[in-house]
Design a protein around this ligand. Structure first.
Ligand SMILES: *Cc1c(COP(=O)(O)O)cnc(C)c1O
Length: 380
């Protein structure tokens, strides 16, 4: 009867204003009614990410993985040597996509629950020559944020340098990464996480250098050839309704503003972490590298992640399970997109039913919230 409450690292809750925008009657995607939506999406993405003049964007019909594949297809050719820095399931998926496209992939595997270090990645690219380096900004399987901003600041700028290609699908725009502060080459996002839309749109933002370095032959790509998108054309019928939603979402994101949005997500992560520490759901990654959008937690003694998820689902709350090696030990709480502190607190109250110290855990989360409110006023 009621839709479930969701605290997932995707899909995320869709605000009513976005749902309503997606009900806009269908019209010709090459007609006058759609033109301002199309141009508006690209202009607003440019503002949101501080895209330089010589950069470009592409909004394509796919989930995030399609956008990762499109990045590999469009910026590399078979046998190109790339370094894939993997910190969990999604880093490994990116590496697999590159292997599937016949790139020569060298993997720098970092243990689950850790972040890569900037020094090690820079050391690798100085010791060998790569056409590109694939990194995950926010590793959704572990809830680790990698130091991509710092890596971008130290990235070589001269000569025939490697492309820095970033999967930030569960990162931006909820955690900082903009081209003025962190000039990456290919930034990949998707509609159903921080963009608060349903799944179905892949979003790529690219530097002028990346555009120049693209292989010239089109072999190995057709539908996902991004060239027309970078010229702001629509080669095929777009997902019209999702475009209306994304256009509205970009207005909401720009209204909230970057610093408030980033602070809100940090607050949500701190509330979740404190709840877990006090309530017997121990956080699985160290605080300095903990993600602002997703938190992996252990479960209280005597419970399994499956049992916890089933029990909260019976109370109308959906949370995510652990992945890969963490499948039997972890749950993941997504606090990304349109989630407010009060919505998160409601979700934690459901989870508290399974905690050996429910009231203490909720009080600890609420204390974090109160402290943040005192520091900065209401977050919305
Ligand atoms: C969600 C996600 C993806 C893409 O998943 P899709 O299901 O294809 O949208 C890729 N990388 C990361 C880091 C993600 O969080």
């Amino acid at each position: 009867m009621f839709p479930p409450d969701i605290l997932l690292p995707g899909p995320t809750p869709v605000p009513t204003a976005i749902e309503q925008a997606m009900l806009t009657p269908m019209s010709d995607h090459r007609g006058q009614l759609f033109q301002p939506i199309h141009d508006g999406v690209y202009d607003k993405l440019g503002i949101l990410f501080q895209l330089p003049q010589d950069g470009a964007a592409a909004v394509i019909p796919s989930s995030g993985t399609g956008a990762l594949e499109a990045a590999v297809q469009n910026f590399f050719a078979p046998n190109d040597r790339v370094l894939a820095v993997t910190t969990g399931a999604f880093g490994q998926r990116f590496a697999e996509a590159a292997r599937a496209m016949d790139l020569e992939v060298e993997e720098m595997a970092v243990p689950w629950g850790s972040a890569f270090t900037v020094e090690e990645v820079l050391d690798r690219i100085h010791r060998a020559s790569y056409r590109g380096v694939l990194v995950t900004h926010n590793e959704t399987s572990t809830g680790v944020t990698n130091p991509v901003v710092e890596l971008a600041r130290h990235w070589p700028r001269a000569g025939d340098r490697p492309l820095l290609v970033v999967d930030s699908i569960s990162g931006v725009p909820s955690i900082p990464l903009t081209f003025d502060e962190a000039p990456v080459d290919v930034l990949i996002a998707a509609s159903q996480k921080g963009f608060m839309c349903p799944p179905g749109l892949g979003i790529l933002l690219v530097s002028g250098y990346a555009l120049k370095k693209r292989p010239t032959t089109r072999r190995g790509r057709f539908y996902f050839d991004l060239a027309p998108y970078f010229d702001r054309q629509l080669p095929y019928t777009p997902a019209v309704s999702l475009w209306y939603g994304l256009h509205q979402a970009l207005d909401l994101l720009l209204q909230e503003g970057a610093s408030r949005r980033w602070a809100r997500h940090r607050l949500l992560a701190s509330m979740t972490r404190r709840f877990g520490e006090v309530g017997g759901f121990s956080p699985l990654v160290a605080e300095p590298i903990a993600s602002a959008t997703v938190t992996a937690l252990g479960v209280p003694t005597g419970l399994t992640p499956q049992a916890v998820r089933a029990a909260v689902a019976a109370r109308g709350l959906q949370i995510a399970g652990g992945m890969g090696p963490w499948a039997k030990t972890a749950i993941r709480i997504g606090h990304v997109g349109a989630v407010t502190p009060q919505a998160l607190f409601g979700g934690l109250a459901v989870l508290a039913h399974l905690s050996p110290r429910p009231t203490e855990a909720l009080a600890a989360a609420w204390d974090v919230w109160r402290q943040a409110a005192q520091d900065s006023g209401p977050s919305r």
